[in-house]
Design a protein around this ligand. Sequence first.
Ligand SMILES: [Zn+2]
Length: 123
Amino acid sequence: MNVEIICTQCGMEAFLKREPVYDGFKKTGEELSCSACGAVFPSEENVPFKARERIPEIFTDADRPETPDIFIEGENRVICRYCASYVINPFMQFCGHHKKEIQATDTCSDFSLAPENPAPPVF
Ligand SMILES: [Zn+2]
């Protein structure tokens, strides 16, 4: 398998050459060199391996939906997200009935369906 490098000597995208070094008949090490110009790298740490291309991080917190979209049809009947008391702001989700922080997926015995719900669950 070829290992890609960007040579510090010739600046080329090349491959790392590994050649065994012998002292007589005994292998004493490996010589690491550039396939393009033959520059020898003294050790593995000196090899200018080509960095793997990374997927740029284009998503930020602002791109995430405000509530996790993990609901399965039929399981979203009495969860706080659809309740009239459900309040959401940038910092927390809040139950206006119990005056406490809640999660959209919490369920509640005091659930009352929000009248303005854009997608009312089917009972
Ligand atoms: Zn080179």
